[in-house]
Design a protein around this ligand. Sequence first.
Ligand SMILES: Nc1ncnc2c1ncn2[C@@H]1O[C@H](COP(=O)(O)OP(=O)(O)OP(=O)(O)O)[C@@H](O)[C@H]1O
Length: 285
Amino acid sequence: METHTTGSAAAPLLQVDGITLAFGGVKALNGVGFAVQPGSITAVIGPNGAGKTSLFNTISGFYRPNQGRILFEGADISQVHAPQRAKLGLGRSFQNIALFRGMTVLDNIKLGRHAHLKTHVLDALFYLGRARREEAALRAEIEERIIDFLEIDHIRHAPVAALPYGLQKRVEMARALAMQPKVLMLDEPVAGMNREETEDMARFILDVRAEWGVTVLMVEHDMGMVMDLSDHVVVLNFGQVIAQGTPAQVQADPEVIRAYLGSGDVGDLRQRLHAGLQGAAAEGS
Ligand SMILES: Nc1ncnc2c1ncn2[C@@H]1O[C@H](COP(=O)(O)OP(=O)(O)OP(=O)(O)O)[C@@H](O)[C@H]1O
């Protein structure tokens, strides 16, 4: 798969700056910092319990950090609530699929748009007639583009609960895209998928960036996919960034190898890591 490089001179679209998050005495995140460049695919990896989900929840605004800031398009959004962050352009999927299982695929996608609906009373009063029809038409057009793009036309009227897991994950991505995010945050997009489903999802992630110009930030355990797709990889262990850089840089980093495989001879560990990074992730957890 082709790797896309981004200019290092561009201002970051998203910046995580010195984030510390504690649950009681446990520091889930400890001084975490990294930047997401516009147009990049950035992956956060790390053994189980490293802090990846806590980090995603902090960026989305579900958790308030004890220290540090989140900057989006240069503005400090640390005090902005989760729904407003979604409106600003931080769209996300969840590790455990968070769809309305009894509803159809299309209805789930339509709900993704609710972050953009006008809910203020005054807005609603003036939000009549032509403007309303135009927005409804525009929304329908976007939904159709997403359905077409993710190849889910044939299941648009199917209840989500009736779909195989891989397709449910695709519907979740569709719903996140319906929010027209600038950064699409994917929490373990290929977890539980078979090889074919994983390859499909990898292709969609690349196409989302290429065709929709969406920046991608993902948490993922599948190392093969992370290394194939990502421009920038951030490695967490025990709540701290232990390495970051290109896939080649982090794969060669002794700290990363130790985090995944435990202590031992780095040369030997590196060989094992290259032989089966994905198995190593499970082993290291
Ligand atoms: N709500 C919570 N309350 C208390 N401790 C928590 C909470 N959420 C996470 N933790 C702790 O914070 C640390 C980081 O957990 P987190 O779920 O962020 O890791 P992770 O890298 O996402 O793990 P996994 O790969 O298993 O999803 C762990 O020690 C975990 O036990």
